[in-house]
Design a protein around this ligand. Structure first.
Ligand SMILES: *Cc1c(COP(=O)(O)O)cnc(C)c1O
Length: 360
């Protein structure tokens, strides 16, 4: 077998154990005599899969009982619409911090329906940091306060959450879900597209406090109404059945590893290996302020486009793939999600050292 170390930002690596288990069960799931892909979403076998997946989300993230766990479609991007439509029917207003493209997209979409107050932005330095927040700029009457907690493209993350008082905090955790412990009770709503840390594309995890649903705007399409999906336990219509099944296998894998706290330890170790090399290198340089560095997405540069391109090409030949930075940023980016083993990061640093010695 010649599997590579895949540093893609998403869709990204899945644990090999998960892929093998899926392979084993591909044609016949348990005693059903059929593939999960061929199964009715109303069958007993499938009900066990989706219930099991929800139970694992609740267990691994310590989700309080007054939160709904939903499996939706439309990617993380549909949440940019669903959140204002469902959470902002009262004052039609939200606060937002702009820390990159995903927050910007959430703002643009929210602006179609409600008033959006930009509390702060780190656009002045290409989103290389998380801005300090001035509480006097928070709106007292905002229906929610929105952040993108880990910035996949720029490689920053919040280490301290904004203190929003009674205003529900909403966070896009697409690229950090289950990579570290999060206190769900501090949030009104959390969401994550699965394709970074939870499974294949096609399913989006939404965790929402019960009192925040049931007040959608009149214009809200049925499929965009959290209440509909909560009332029907994510089975209002056909859910992305196979993606949810794989997510369940990934969650079982996280549980086997010792849960989110254990996975976090491994992630901190991986990030430390890469960042400490970047800090000592004479060729490569991390692009993010040290205090705000993501554990999941690590952007870096050599200083010249030619060397960047040469590095990406040579790394690929060495089995270290998808290291090219986002098309809007350039340089390199190593995404080191849960499924990336420590050895993958060690191999990358070894390769970077060799490249540095040959090119400086
Ligand atoms: C990838 C990503 C998205 C978009 O997800 P889609 O499922 O492609 O819509 C949104 N937010 C963040 C932080 C992401 O990393």
């Amino acid at each position: 077998m010649s599997r590579v170390y895949n540093f893609s930002a998403g869709p990204s690596m899945l644990p090999l154990e998960v892929l093998k288990k899926a392979q084993e069960e591909m044609c016949e799931y348990a005693s059903s005599g059929m593939s999960v892909m061929e199964m009715s979403h109303r069958s007993k076998d499938y009900q066990e899969i989706i219930d099991g997946c929800e139970a694992l989300v609740r267990e691994l993230m310590h989700v309080p009982d007054n939160y709904k766990v939903l499996f939706l479609q439309g990617g993380g991007s549909s949440q940019f619409t669903m959140i204002p439509m469902n959470l902002a029917s009262k004052n039609k207003k939200c606060d937002i911090v702009i820390t990159g493209q995903w927050a910007k997209k959430a703002m643009q979409e929210a602006k179609r329906y409600i008033t959006v107050n930009e509390v702060a932005s780190s656009a002045d330095r290409t989103f290389a940091y998380i801005p300090k927040l001035d509480k006097s700029k928070f709106s007292k009457d905002a229906d929610y306060f929105y952040i993108c907690m880990n910035n996949t493209i720029y490689g920053t993350k919040y280490y301290e959450l904004p203190d929003t008082g009674d205003v529900p905090l909403v966070a896009d955790i697409s690229s950090m879900v289950m990579s570290e412990e999060i206190d769900v009770s501090k949030f009104g709503l959390l969401f994550a597209g699965a394709q970074k840390n939870l499974g294949p594309a096609g399913v989006t995890l939404v965790i929402v406090r019960e009192d925040l649903i049931g007040n959608a705007m009149d214009i809200t399409p049925t499929m965009f109404n959290y209440q509909i999906h909560a009332d029907n336990k994510s089975l209002y219509n056909t859910p992305p059945t196979y993606s949810i099944y794989i997510m369940k296998l990934v969650l079982e894998w996280i549980k086997d590893k010792g849960g989110v706290a254990a996975v976090q330890k491994a992630n901190e170790k991986k990030a430390e290996i890469l960042y400490s090399y970047l800090d000592s290198s004479k060729l490569f340089k991390g692009t993010v302020d040290k205090a705000d560095r993501s554990l999941m997405n690590v952007p870096f540069v050599t200083g010249t486009e030619e060397l960047d391109a040469k590095f990406v090409a040579e790394a690929k030949k060495a089995g270290l793939v998808n290291l090219k930075g986002h098309r809007t940023v350039g340089g390199m980016r190593a995404s080191i999600y849960n499924a990336m083993p420590v050895e993958g990061v060690e191999k990358l640093v070894e390769f970077m050292k060799k490249f540095e010695a040959e090119n400086i």
